[in-house]
Design a protein around this ligand. Structure first.
Ligand code: NCD
Length: 311
């Protein structure tokens, strides 16, 4: 794909790397790959390639989604068991990654350290994908989030998007806001307790002429009524420095079927998952519940990215 060639052999480590043209071409390519994968089951695009998956933090969706995308493109997965790896013997991360490069064409890595992918770049010959770096970023999740909006609502420009929950430590929203700021006429409502506000330094990077940002500590009926995408996040308990602070705000936000009483008929509720108690199961049967579709869409966006980097 000529239009996505800027990613060839590139590390995919931050949403900052994506401009509007590249993002749009990835959205279109994801839709093509979705159709092809659904009709043929498995493609040949990356036959012979190997992608190593190194998850040094818990993961269900991201690891399985990457593994599925790799397989659907005809490549092979090298799953690395971090708990049982030589890191336990004191091996440095750069040595672990250089070792994995001996067996693979690219590495997908999740790690609790913010910025680790950038820090490892000088050591690497092959591309690395950021599958989450602590409270930093999660660029491939943000891309699949955009793909979900694009598929479910038919576009992204002009939407009102409400990001709810832990906006301080939630890495998915950090990457998502960066990508949303590539689109036109968006209103973004940031709804969170004051102690979990979106990091100021990240807000400073957003182009205010293009995107209107509102702040609220409460998910009001007015906000719900205007919202096209309600993006719920989990309180990132593991990133709180003090668990007592987490316990104080844990039940702050809860989205249920009743929350959508005033919502538009055509809107979607998204969540990167896992959910804990911020999103009720009573919403699951509502046609506006988009979170499990979001999981499925992720495979196609990750396939488009893998192709753009590796094909
Ligand atoms: C998220 C993550 O790991 O950042 N999940 C995901 O990748 N789908 C969100 C979370 O853990 O709350």
């Amino acid at each position: 794909m000529d239009t996505v060639s800027p990613l060839k052999n590139q590390h995919v480590i931050s949403a900052k790397q994506f401009d509007r043209t590249l993002t749009e071409s990835l959205l279109k390519r994801s839709a093509q790959l979705e159709a092809e994968i659904k009709s043929k089951g498995k493609l040949d695009i990356l036959r012979g390639k190997v992608v190593a998956l190194l998850f040094c933090e818990a993961s269900t969706r991201t690891s399985c989604s990457f593994a599925t995308a790799v397989t659907k493109l005809g490549a092979d997965v090298l799953p690395v068991n971090w708990e049982n790896s030589s890191a336990k013997k004191g091996e440095t991360m750069q040595d672990t990654l250089r070792t994995l490069e001996g067996f693979s064409d690219a590495i997908v890595m999740r790690h609790p350290e913010k910025g680790i992918h950038e820090r490892m770049k000088p050591y690497l010959k092959h591309p690395i994908f950021n599958a989450g770096d602590g409270a930093g970023e999660h660029p491939t999740q943000a891309l699949l989030d955009l793909y979900t909006i694009y598929r479910e609502l038919g576009g992204i420009d002009g939407m009102t998007i409400t990001l709810l929950g832990d906006l301080k430590y939630g890495r998915t929203v950090h990457s998502l806001l960066k990508l949303l700021s590539l689109f036109n006429g968006l209103t973004v409502n940031l709804v969170c307790p004051e102690s979990l506000s979106f990091p100021e330094e990240l807000l400073a990077e957003v182009d205010n002429d293009r995107i209107k940002i509102n702040h609220s500590t409460e998910l009001t009926k007015d906000i719900i009524a205007a919202t096209d995408v309600l993006y719920v996040t989990r309180l990132q308990r593991e990133r709180f420095t003090n668990d007592a602070d987490f316990l104080k705000i844990r039940s702050g936000y809860n989205v249920s079927k009743e929350t959508l009483d005033n919502a538009k008929e055509k809107m979607i509720v998204m969540h990167p998952l896992p959910r804990v108690d911020e999103l009720n199961e009573d919403l699951d049967s509502d046609p506006r519940a988009g979170y499990f579709k979001q999981v499925a869409y992720g495979v196609f966006m990750r396939a488009a990215l893998l192709e753009a980097v590796l094909a």
